[in-house]
Design a protein around this ligand. Structure first.
Ligand SMILES: NC(=O)C1=CN([C@@H]2O[C@H](COP(=O)(O)OP(=O)(O)OC[C@H]3O[C@@H](n4cnc5c(N)ncnc54)[C@H](O)[C@@H]3O)[C@@H](O)[C@H]2O)C=CC1
Ligand SMILES: NCC(=O)COP(=O)(O)O
Length: 347
């Protein structure tokens, strides 16, 4: 039987002042990545060439030579200082993302893998989005979308999946943003994604409480008592657990991740705000975790880390999360392609 060639993936280099170019060049030096996808890099050839020549002497890891890559070149008009916040770099990273989305929407690529952008650089350049997620959602016309972190344990392959109910908002805005409709909508989105994107038709999902000890029957906060616990209890089927006190929610997941005996680790977790989910994810799996935007018409993944200006240009950025982001994008793209082949043709 003839083998299907791996999917084309649009890979952006992110903010060129950060570690995006470095982790992209390191990831694309890995032969397994080329077995998974055919990469099309969205960036500035000159800046990638500069990063390659500079890092070659410093990096302990192999680097892909930009001359060997297929690059959609969006030329940069000004010099970029590594590790420095700058509006021009923000503008470029925004343009790489837009071009990658367009290439994917017209079918040239099967998904987008985004290296990290710096949100303040976007703001300096006048691109007032909370992050790349919202640009993708807008471009895809998605009203219901979510930020899901996915990581596979290097010990045993156990998959950690954490969806954030709220994302880039101030902590003070969480209690007012977190309303029953939002939680219902995120849970429905999560179940759809677990089924369609991950092939799990009967998953178990745990929901975090908001307050210490999940409110301790209203003594330490009332959200759980007033609506979160009833919402979970009324959810159809027997697939939701919670609200689990947020300090203990991660214990079985951490044991499953470490390959230790565990009882009742779940297929996915709903964290109610950014750091409630991302502290455990990054503590357990900083080098493995991938951020994927669910609910979009296109596949999108990204490493879990940011631009790391503090180490940019030193050759020490680890590419594993970027490699994992490419691998997950290829997996999701292949699953979508298989589903569309299996779907009955429209009359
Ligand atoms: N996918 C994306 O576009 C993301 C973008 N960001 C943005 O990045 C900017 C900087 O964010 P920070 O909070 O400083 O987080 P960061 O992830 O850039 O850095 C946090 C710490 O982790 C280290 N680190 C990060 N990635 C690493 C790697 N691959 N190898 C070795 N060490 C690494 C850094 O040196 C730093 O000490 C912000 O604007 C943030 O919003 C943050 C996360 C994801
Ligand atoms: N903390 C995750 C993050 O900052 C990623 O944001 P986005 O640019 O993917 O929307």
């Amino acid at each position: 039987m003839q083998q299907t060639p791996p999917p084309f993936l649009a890979i952006t280099i992110g903010d060129p002042a950060g570690i995006g170019p470095e982790v992209v060049l390191k990831a694309l030096a890995d032969d397994t990545v080329h077995g998974l996808c055919r990469p099309l890099v969205f960036g500035s050839h000159r800046l990638l060439e500069q990063a390659y020549l500079y890092l070659r002497a410093l990096s302990p890891d192999p680097l892909a030579n930009p001359d060997d890559l297929e690059i959609v070149d969006l030329p940069s008009s000004q010099p970029i200082e590594t590790g420095k916040l700058c509006a021009h770099a923000g503008d470029l990273s925004f343009a790489y993302l837009q071009a990658a989305i367009e290439a994917t929407q017209v079918g040239r690529c099967a998904g987008v893998v985004t290296a990290p952008i710096h949100k303040s650089a976007w703001h300096l350049a006048g691109h007032r989005y909370p992050g790349q997620t919202e640009v993708l959602a807008r471009a895809c016309g998605a009203e219901r979308y979510g930020m899901l972190f996915v990581a596979r344990s290097p010990v045993n392959g156990w998959p950690l999946r954490v969806l954030l109910a709220t994302t880039h908002i101030p902590l003070a805005a969480v209690p007012t943003t977190l309303i029953p409709e939002l939680v219902r909508s995120k849970l429905a989105l999560l179940f759809d994604s677990l089924d369609c994107d991950f092939g799990l038709s009967d998953p178990q999902v745990a929901v975090a409480g908001l307050n210490p000890h999940s409110g301790e029957n209203g003594q330490l906060g009332s959200e759980e008592r007033d609506w979160l616990a009833p919402l979970i209890a009324d959810w159809p089927g027997d697939r939701l657990l919670g609200p689990v006190p947020p300090d203990t929610l991660w214990i079985e997941a951490a044991r499953a991740w470490a390959g230790t005996a565990h009882h009742g680790a779940c297929d996915a977790y709903l964290a109610l705000y950014h750091d409630q989910g991302l502290i455990p994810v990054k503590m357990l799996a900083f080098d493995q975790a991938v951020n994927t935007t669910i609910g979009l018409s296109i596949v999108r993944t990204s490493p879990d880390h940011g631009t790391a200006f503090d180490i940019a240009g030193r050759g020490i950025a680890r590419p594993q999360s970027m490699v994992a982001a490419v691998a997950l994008a290829a997996e999701l793209a292949n699953r979508r392609a298989a589903r569309s082949l299996a779907a009955p043709a429209a009359l």
